[in-house]
Design a protein around this ligand. Structure first.
Ligand SMILES: Cc1ncc(COP(=O)(O)O)c(C=O)c1O
Length: 422
């Protein structure tokens, strides 16, 4: 029955594994035959507390018995207030305005609408390799792969693209990359979109789908400075990098800068659909009541799951665990890079780690990355690829992963590297 129904699902969804899951727990998903897989994808950076964390499941069950849905324009429910109180503890003190929606793309659209209303300006600058979603608005902001845009153009106008400081791609030092990218950004503001018509600069503080690239700290500091000089709002897309993924609540904290608007989704609610736009209330007050909204945004069960998620990350010390396990993973992969020349670069923050595959003459090596992912899957480890050339293996284990599981992942990866050599 499952197989037959599988063929009825829209082919627009590619399936990276043949797994039909019957259940999942912690770092593992189990297929219908009961075979366990070490899940280092977390449903693309969503189940940060591990699959079906008991405290999150309990919060979902409890809320389901009390109130499933209460549309925010009609009634306010307790979980949204509880969640806002939890969020207030983890965002920068300047952030005191919270809006909720359902998906990352929807929240990015919300952030752009907010920036336009708050500044009275129209244009947006994004970065090469960025992924911000698949709606008409957000695919206009997405530049990681042509497949996300092809056949759907023309897109939303008013979007300008600056280079992301991807030092390994350019083969430059971090300092040189950072300086050049800041100069190019200034050049864009002189040549294509004047500051007076630029509402916002939107950036992933760690590039996700575009290749798991960590920007140099001085680039992020320089970016903040350019925004301040020109009254442009800085929007951090923390959809993939937020909620502990990099070892801090938000990735921008690594660079000691505060964005004006923070966009979150994925990890916020451990798997329930919830996203958010957070900013200074003073900005949101320029957003005329009723000029943005939605039926489901801030759903009661999703908010209850999100409040529980934040408590679990805090109470179980998952930020510390993420930093420690991330260092273990980076060290292990660094060791493998010395042994296997096809690993061109190993990079990441916390448990947002990428291994980029290149040929000996430094050409992107998608074949190697994909072949290794397949070998790992055969051995019970689920990994994903990313990057414009699909040549980077991304590691997104749950934040509660333990050292044995990281070592097990590394062992399987090495076995796959070994096998693809022969
Ligand atoms: C950085 C980033 N922004 C936005 C999105 C879009 O989120 P969603 O798929 O929930 O619409 C994603 C999804 O992968 C993402 O990684």
């Amino acid at each position: 029955m499952s197989e037959e129904m599988l063929s009825q699902l829209s082919p627009v969804w590619p399936h990276f594994t043949p797994i039909i899951a019957s259940r999942a727990e912690g770092s593992y998903v189990y297929d219908q035959a009961g075979k366990g897989y070490l899940d280092f994808t977390c449903g693309i950076g969503v189940t940060n507390t591990g699959h079906c964390h008991p405290q999150v499941v309990e919060a979902i069950k409890k809320q389901a018995e009390l109130l499933v849905h209460g549309q925010i324009n009609i009634i306010v429910h307790e979980p949204i207030l509880d969640l806002t109180a939890e969020l207030k503890k983890i965002v920068p003190p300047t952030i005191d305005g919270f809006f909720f929606s359902n998906s990352g793309a929807e929240a990015i659209e919300g952030a752009i609408k907010l920036a336009r209303r708050a500044t009275g300006r129209t244009n947006v600058i994004v970065f090469q390799g960025s992924f911000h979603g698949r709606t008409v608005g957000t695919m206009s902001l997405t530049t990681s792969k042509t497949i996300y845009r092809a056949g759907y153009q023309p897109l939303m106008p008013g979007v300008y693209v600056a280079p992301y400081p991807y030092a390994y791609r350019y083969g430059w030092s971090e300092e040189q990359t950072s300086q050049w990218c800041l100069e190019e950004l200034e050049f864009l503001l002189l040549s294509q979109t004047a500051p007076e018509e630029t509402a916002a600069i939107l950036i992933e503080p760690v590039l996700g789908e575009g290749g798991y690239v960590v920007p140099p700290a001085d680039f992020m500091v320089g970016l903040r400075k350019i925004c301040d000089e020109h009254g442009i709002l800085l929007i951090a897309d923390e959809v993939q990098s937020g909620f502990g993924r990099t070892g801090k609540w938000f990735a921008f904290e690594h660079f000691d800068i505060d964005p004006d608007i923070i966009v979150v989704a994925k990890g916020i609610a451990s798997g329930l659909p919830l996203s958010g736009v957070f900013s200074r209330l003073e900005l949101m007050e320029k957003w005329e009541p009723g000029s943005h909204g939605g039926t489901y945004g801030g759903n009661a069960i999703a908010c209850a799951a999100a409040a529980a998620t934040i408590r679990v990350i805090d109470e179980e010390g998952l930020l510390e665990n993420t930093s420690e396990r991330g260092s273990q993973l980076l060290a292990g992969l660094g060791h493998l890079q010395e042994k296997y020349s096809e690993i061109g670069d190993v990079r990441g923050l916390g448990l947002m780690v990428g291994t980029e595959f290149r040929t000996l003459d430094r050409k992107p090596n998608k074949k190697a990355a994909k072949g290794i992912i397949q070998e790992c899957l055969d051995e019970g480890l689920i990994l994903l690829s990313c990057g414009t050339w699909d040549n980077t293996v991304r590691w997104i284990p749950p934040l509660m992963v333990n050292d044995e599981q990281i070592q097990q992942g590394l062992d399987i990866f090495e076995k796959a590297l070994e096998k693809t050599q022969s």
